[in-house]
Design a protein around this ligand. Structure first.
Ligand code: URA
Length: 253
């Protein structure tokens, strides 16, 4: 059984909040009875649901990997009028939304779906799904500075959990380095703040891997549907990473 507003949102009627308004406005019927209270649960495979007298259509679940370009915002609408990720999916009949977010200036791997449970599973902090980034930074960080990132570093919202960090490329002329970093949490602007904390601010940031899924081969601004096997692998990663399989839990966690 699922909450009525969730079923409506997943059928593409509107956002969950808007669907709550439709319910309280008396525009939603379940098995020919108008429902106006919010806690009602329904069985989407059994119950007959209508909005404004029209039956809702259940949507197939959609899972997409997208190579987000820099200069695109990870939300449905932007009050400042900047380009949003949803503009890349205008022709898709299902209403999908991003799983987590990437900053406006960050490019790379972004997953989108209309499966709320799947999105919740992958982004829940207790599941520690690894995310790998290539960070081009100002200056060449010393090995001891990278150790600080490996061991956990104090940010204004607390210590980070241990990360995997390695040099990918060093350009002595330009005085820049590309560092590959894998983190197991998804705090706001986390990678940028970690490099700020060791005084090597990020020039360019790209996410190249999420759990077992890699970006490789997908052109910038393009997307493709995940295979059922990839969806399963991501689900398994979230469930097993939560048990600490790939994440070495260290003191203090
Ligand atoms: N960390 C950041 O700083 N930015 C992102 O977009 C993702 C992770």
């Amino acid at each position: 059984m699922e909450r009525l507003q969730k079923v409506l949102a997943e059928a593409g009627v509107a956002s969950r909040r808007k669907c709550e308004e439709l319910i309280t406005a008396g525009r939603v019927e379940v098995n020919d009875q108008v429902v106006t209270t919010l806690g009602v649960k329904v069985d989407p495979s059994q119950d007959f649901i209508k909005v404004d007298g029209r039956p809702i259509r259940r949507q197939a679940k959609v899972y997409v990997i997208f190579n987000k370009p820099k200069g695109v915002i990870t939300s449905a609408k932007d009050p400042e009028g900047r380009k949003t990720v949803t503009e890349f999916f205008k022709n898709m009949k299902e209403r999908i939304y991003p799983i987590g977010r990437l900053d406006y200036d960050t490019e790379g791997l972004l997953l989108l779906t209309n499966d709320g449970d799947f999105a919740h599973l992958l982004t829940h902090p207790k599941h520690h799904v690894p995310r790998t980034y290539l960070a081009t930074v100002k200056g060449i960080p010393h090995g001891t500075q990278l150790d600080k990132l490996r061991n956990g570093i104090e940010l204004d919202d607390g210590m980070t959990s241990p990360a995997e960090v390695e040099y990918q490329d060093v350009d002595m002329d330009k005085k820049e380095a590309v560092i590959k970093i894998t983190i197991y949490e998804g705090r706001n602007r986390q990678v940028r703040r970690m490099f700020d904390a060791i005084h090597h601010p990020i020039i360019k940031l790209k996410r190249v891997q999420f759990g077992p899924l890699q970006l490789s081969g997908l052109p910038r601004g393009k997307f493709r549907h995940l295979t059922p096997q990839e969806v399963e692998e991501l689900r398994n990663e979230a469930l097993s990473a939560g048990g600490g399989k790939t994440h070495k839990i260290q003191k203090g966690e």
